[in-house]
Design a protein around this ligand. Structure first.
Ligand SMILES: [Zn+2]
Length: 255
């Protein structure tokens, strides 16, 4: 029996080392090889929800001033079912953004438009920009969404940004492995060329906290996004905003 158990364990280990993701050292926000929590959602681009009049192109920064927060002030409410430590992680993400941009997160008093941060079991997701009235930004505790990096990522969606790999020039920088993408999730990897968004002249940014990692929406643990230019090691990072992330926010809000 013991021999059988040892053989079973060895064969499991053998299988693991043969799995393709062992060749990569990319680790997601939780330190595990694989997609980030915001790269496994059910919505448009994993973690983006659209209003009825936003069903257009995902690139990087939404252009229409209609979606901007007035004076770069974003009132917010954090739902009562987050613990004190969750709350401080979320507020830490806000502090990070405020430290390097002119965005101001303020606890909501009577403002009509605000972000309400909730903990439903529907993953990590946000709307893009200010959609009016109370807009949900969801950070599922059980979905692994309450980390400083993922909270920052979702808050930047609410500020007005899409994902970095939707950039109109992205095919010069990444190869999309369509054959490895979970069926039905291909739309997460499309590129659009219209007047809806801009990168504010910052250029492509592998290191953006808004860029997918190599295993976003993988169906088989082979990479779905392969960087094809140098200096891509940080692709998919959820640690902190890149300098280009910061620059783009400040340009969007004329800081
Ligand atoms: Zn996202």
């Amino acid at each position: 029996m013991k021999v059988f158990q040892v053989i079973s364990i060895l064969s499991v280990l053998g299988m693991c080392s043969a799995l393709p993701f062992q060749r990569s050292h990319h680790r997601n926000v939780t330190g595990v090889v694989g997609p980030n929590p915001d790269e496994i959602g059910e919505f448009f681009e994993g973690d983006i929800r659209f209003t009825d009049n936003q069903q257009i192109a995902p690139l990087t920064g939404i252009l229409d001033q209609y979606w901007r927060w007035e004076n770069a002030v974003i009132p917010y409410v954090i739902a009562a079912d987050f613990t004190a430590s969750h709350r401080s992680i979320i507020q830490g993400a806000m502090t990070d953004i405020m430290a390097s941009t002119c965005i101001r997160f303020v606890p909501r008093s009577t403002e009509r438009d605000y972000v309400t941060i909730q903990n439903a079991d529907s993953g990590c997701w946000s709307y893009i920009g200010r959609i009016r009235n109370a807009q949900i930004l969801n950070l599922s505790i059980w979905g692994g969404c309450v980390s400083r990096g993922v909270a920052t990522h979702e808050l930047i969606h609410a500020i007005g940004f899409f994902h970095a790999q939707g950039d109109v020039n992205r095919d010069k920088y990444v190869k999309i492995h369509w054959e490895n993408i979970t069926p039905g999730r291909e739309s997460n990897f499309e590129v659009y060329t219209n007047d809806y968004v801009t990168d504010y002249g910052e250029g492509y940014d592998y290191g953006s906290i808004m860029h997918y990692g190599p295993y976003a929406f993988t169906k088989n643990w082979y990479p779905t996004i392969e960087a094809i230019q140098p200096n891509s090691e940080s692709m998919g990072q959820r640690n902190a905003m890149s300098q280009k992330d910061i620059n783009k926010i400040n340009k969007m809000y004329n800081c």
